[in-house]
Design a protein around this ligand. Structure first.
Ligand code: ADP
Length: 463
């Protein structure tokens, strides 16, 4: 039993950092240095600061249990209570065993053995001494031991350690009538009761203090990590907006000269075509095409940078209207390739979004489904599912498919899997979709096989 806890020793475990500092600090006094050396047994073998703390506290409690039990051992000897003496001797050995196990690095086993042995000891002694000694009340106090020697987040062991004495005290009510012959005099029972009350009060105070300390540490931890997260978020936002601003300015400033090149190439072809030979005309044609492509790229980069800026207030948007508009706008293209856009299940009205952004996602994905498609009858099937916080949309095509190895890179800017000559495009469409989807706190991904085509999925968070 941790019988001999006194005020000085309690103050030693009060403050964990102070406790450890004191443990590690000056070893001038041989008694202190021996005590410190005993507390540190096994602690230096583990790296984690918290683990070291719990090993030291276990050593501290086991040592006190040993000393306290030893005192009781002498009383048992003096009163010649041999059965009591044997149970005390067993606990003495077990307490030393706990420290020994820590020395061997078996820090988890040692803590479990400690909890089991002190509880079995209380149970056995409560039966031997009898109810008047109130030994069974130690169960109430030992409920706090797991909170002292474990991190409160190790829920399983902490709960086990708390429930064990609770169960044993219940069991004691059934078992105690079987031990009628206690053989203790009333004065002896009274003395044990008095000593017990003092020790229990000290232990309870220690437990309450430790709990308060835990909650303080947890709060401080939380506050610190919140502050850190806020700083990081602010930094991320700033560098993101810096980058976007940079891309916007560059693109914007590039636009005018590129337009000029394109228009002058046009003029050259229109006005002086007759003066140029075939090869010169071919070169001017390439330059014109290049300038046009650059213009498109700049427009797409600008569109990417503008997502989320200068938006009107979000409104409810009926997605059937969005897809019908796209279908109408693509009617000639669809007729040309014998294509179809099907809505498998009537689409929902989504609140708090922007029609222009939602249009962009559907338009890009549908357009890709038709573009990267060699079927005689390209077909797009749109479907959706509903969950508590999200809508999940799917856009399936019967096209050429995408290898799964591109599952993340495909959404990067300028990532294209095909040549400009095979399929035209800038490689920004999916990056735009991803940025919009993330703006609505959703995710985008695809599932694809060459035979069955591709299904793009995206989620939109409900607000
Ligand atoms: P773009 O269409 O301008 O090339 P995207 O960002 O929209 O750019 O798409 C990037 C690349 O992803 C495309 O070049 C293509 O290789 C591949 N891809 C996108 N959608 C599909 C699809 N439905 N089927 C097959 N490949 C696709």
């Amino acid at each position: 039993m941790s019988d001999s806890l006194n005020a000085n020793e309690i103050s030693l475990v009060e403050d964990s950092s102070g406790f450890e500092e004191r443990v590690l600090a000056n070893n001038q006094n041989p008694l202190t240095s021996t005590f410190n050396a005993l507390l540190n047994i096994g602690a230096n073998a583990v790296d984690h600061h918290n683990q070291q703390k719990y090993i030291r506290i276990t050593n501290f409690l086991a040592l006190n249990t040993f000393v306290g039990t030893f005192i009781y051992l002498s009383i048992a000897l003096f009163w010649e209570k041999w059965y009591w003496f044997s149970s005390l001797a067993a606990l003495c050995i077990l307490s030393l065993g706990v420290i020994g196990l820590n020395a061997l690095g078996k820090v988890n086993v040692s803590r479990i053995i400690f909890i089991l042995s002190i509880n079995s000891f209380v149970f056995l002694n409560a039966l031997l001494v009898g109810p008047a000694g109130s030994v069974q009340n130690y169960f109430m106090v030992f409920v706090i031991v797991p909170l002292l020697i474990y991190d409160i987040r190790e829920v399983g062991v902490v709960l086990f350690g708390i429930l064990l004495p609770a169960l044993l005290i219940y069991f004691y009510d059934f078992a105690s009538p079987l031990f009628k012959e206690h053989n203790f005099l009333p004065e002896q029972q009274l003395l044990l009761h008095k000593i017990g009350v003092v020790i229990q009060m000290l232990l309870t105070l220690l437990g309450v203090y430790q709990l308060a300390r835990y909650s303080k540490i947890t709060e401080a931890d939380l506050e610190a990590s919140n502050a850190q997260m806020m700083l990081q978020t602010a930094e991320l936002k700033r560098s993101n907006s810096d980058l976007e601003q940079f891309a916007y300015i560059i693109s914007h400033d590039l636009k005018t000269p590129v337009r000029n090149i394109s228009s002058f190439m046009n003029l050259l072809m229109n006005k002086h075509s007759a003066e140029l030979n075939a090869e010169a005309r071919e070169f001017v044609g390439y330059s014109h095409q290049g300038a046009k492509r650059l213009e498109r790229l700049i427009d797409d980069v600008l569109a990417y940078c503008r997502i989320g800026t200068n938006l009107p207030r979000p409104i409810p948007v009926n997605l059937n209207d969005v897809v019908n508009t796209i279908r109408f706008e693509m009617r000639e293209r669809l007729a040309g390739v014998n294509g179809k856009i099907n809505i498998n299940k009537e689409l929902p009205q989504v609140n708090n979004v922007h029609a222009s952004l939602i249009y962009h996602i559907f338009q890009n994905l549908i357009s890709n489904g038709l573009k990267f498609n060699k079927s005689d009858a390209p077909e797009i099937n749109i479907n959706w599912t509903n969950s508590l916080n999200y809508y999940t949309f799917s856009i399936h095509d019967n096209g050429i498919g995408i290898s799964q190895e591109y599952s993340t890179t495909i959404f990067q800017m300028f990532k294209r899997l095909h040549n400009e000559t095979d399929y035209d495009g800038t490689g920004i469409g999916l990056a735009i979709c991803k940025k919009i989807v993330e703006y609505y706190h959703g995710e985008i991904w695809f599932d694809s096989s060459e035979q069955k085509g591709t299904t793009f999925y995206f989620t939109i968070r409900k607000f």
